[in-house]
Design a protein around this ligand. Structure first.
Ligand SMILES: Cc1cc2nc3c(=O)[nH]c(=O)nc-3n(C[C@H](O)[C@H](O)[C@H](O)COP(=O)(O)O)c2cc1C
Length: 355
C-alpha cells in the first residue's frame, strides 16, 4: 500500500494525498496583486494532483517584500483575485495554503533573474528592518534595528494578513520562519544581537515567532491547520542548530501549530549546504520524533519511490516538493503510475489515462 497516496487529515482538513507543493516566489505581482500567472501556476499543480497547493511567500507588509514584485496580502484589495485562485484550486480537489512572510533585512532586492542585488531607494528599493542593524552582505545598506513598536506592528500585520487569507478562501496558513527572513533573523544568534526581551536567550530569540504564532492562532479558525517553516540549521558555527528547533517545535505545538515544514539555511551567504538528495530529511525525522509533531520533508525530493520511502520509514508526514513540480506539474499523476496506484484524473483528461 502506498503511503504517498493515503489521505491524511490535519484538524478538519482532509488531504487526498501526502504531496504538498512548496511555496515558490514568482516575483510576478504588481503592488502585491496576484494575477493570471498565479492562477495558472497554482491551478496547474492542482490539476496535476497535489494534495496542498501552497501560494508563495506572501508579504504581510510592503516593506516585508523580498522584491518589488512579491505577492502581497497587506490590503483588502488583494483578496478578490486570491478568492478566484483558491476557489479554482478547491474545485480541483486540492487544499489551498498560503505562506505568510516578512523578509526583514533580506527585503528590497532585485528579482533573481535581474541579479538579486540590494536595491537602494533610487532603484525603487526601501529601508529594511531587522532585529539588529547587520546587513546580509558586506557593503549593503544596513537594516534599521526594530524598536518595540516596529515589532508590535509586524505582529499586527501577520494577524491582519491571516484574516485576509481566511476571507480569500485559504484553508492552511504556513508562517515563514525560515530562510533567513525576519522571524529566522530574530531566532538566530548570528543576526540577533539585541539586549531586550527579543534577544539573548533562546526563549527571547524565539519570542517574535511565538508571539506571531499565538496571535495568528487567535484569528485563524480552530478547524484549519497552521504550519510553520523553519530553517533547522544555519549550516554555520554559532548559528541555529537542529536541537534549538526541536525545542522551538515543542513551543509551537503548544501554541496550536500542526506541522513543522523542515527546511534549512538562508541566513548568511557563506553557509556550506550539502545539496544532496533528501539532505534535509534528518531534520524532519528528528523533530517528528523528539517534538512529537507532524513534519514535512522538503529539499531535493524528486522521485516517487524516494518520496514513498520517506513516509514508509516514518521520517515525515508530508512530502513537500518545489523544483520537481516546476519541471513536471503532473508529478503526482506520474508518481502514482510509478507506484502502481490508481488515482482519479480530471474528467477532461480521462482519454489520456487509458489509451
Ligand atoms: C523558484 C523558487 C522560489 C522559491 N520561493 C520560496 C518561497 O516563497 N518560500 C519558501 O519558503 N521557499 C521558497 N523556495 C524554496 C522551496 O520552497 C524549497 O524549499 C526548495 O526549493 C527545496 O525544495 P526542492 O529541492 O524540491 O526544490 C523557492 C524555491 C524556488 C526554486
Amino acid at each position: 500500500m502506498s503511503k504517498l497516496f493515503e489521505t491524511i487529515s490535519f484538524r478538519e482538513i482532509r488531504l487526498r494525498n501526502r504531496i504538498m507543493m512548496s511555496p515558490m516566489c514568482q516575483y510576478s505581482s504588481e503592488d502585491g496583486f496576484a494575477n493570471d500567472w498565479h492562477l495558472v501556476h497554482l491551478g496547474s499543480r492542482a490539476v496535476g494532483g497535489v494534495g496542498i497547493v501552497c501560494m508563495e511567500a506572501t508579504a504581510v507588509s510592503p516593506e516585508g517584500r523580498i522584491t518589488p514584485y512579491d505577492q502581497g496580502i497587506w490590503k483588502d484589495a488583494h483578496i478578490e483575485k486570491l478568492q478566484q485562485i483558491t476557489s479554482f484550486v478547491r474545485q480541483l480537489g486540492a487544499v489551498p495554503a498560503i505562506q505568510l512572510a516578512h523578509a526583514g533585512r533580506k527585503a528590497s532586492t532585485a528579482r533573481p533573474w535581474e541579479g538579486g542585488h540590494q536595491l537602494n531607494p533610487q532603484q525603487g528599493g526601501w529601508q529594511t528592518l531587522a532585529p539588529s542593524a547587520i546587513p546580509f552582505r558586506e557593503g549593503e545598506i544596513p537594516p534599521v534595528a526594530m524598536n518595540i513598536s516596529d515589532i508590535k506592528k509586524v505582529i499586527n500585520d501577520f494577524v491582519a494578513a491571516a484574516k485576509r487569507a481566511l476571507e480569500a478562501g485559504f484553508q492552511i496558513i504556513e508562517l515563514h520562519g525560515a530562510h533567513g527572513y525576519l522571524m529566522h533573523q530574530f531566532f538566530s544568534p548570528l543576526t540577533n544581537q539585541r539586549s531586550d526581551a527579543y534577544g539573548g536567550s533562546l526563549e527571547n530569540r524565539a519570542r517574535l515567532l511565538l508571539e506571531v504564532t499565538a496571535a495568528v492562532r487567535t484569528v485563524w479558525p480552530e478547524k484549519y491547520p497552521l504550519f510553520v517553516r523553519l530553517s533547522c540549521t544555519d549550516w554555520v558555527e554559532g548559528g541555529v542548530q537542529v536541537e534549538d528547533c526541536v525545542w522551538l517545535a515543542k513551543q509551537l505545538k503548544q501554541r496550536g501549530v500542526d506541522l513543522i515544514d523542515c527546511s534549512s539555511g538562508g541566513l548568511v551567504p557563506n553557509a556550506r549546504i550539502p545539496n544532496t538528495p533528501g539532505y534535509q530529511i534528518p531534520f524532519a525525522e528528528k523533530i517528528r520524533q523528539e517534538a512529537q509533531i507532524a513534519t514535512g520533508a522538503v529539499g531535493l525530493i524528486t522521485e516517487a519511490h524516494q518520496a514513498e520511502d520517506i513516509l514508509q520509514k516514518q521520517q515525515a508526514d508530508l512530502i513537500i516538493i518545489a523544483r520537481q513540480l516546476l519541471r513536471d506539474p503532473y508529478f503526482p499523476i506520474h508518481a502514482a503510475q510509478q507506484l502502481n496506484v490508481d488515482i482519479p484524473w480530471p474528467n477532461q483528461y480521462l482519454r489520456a489515462k487509458t489509451s
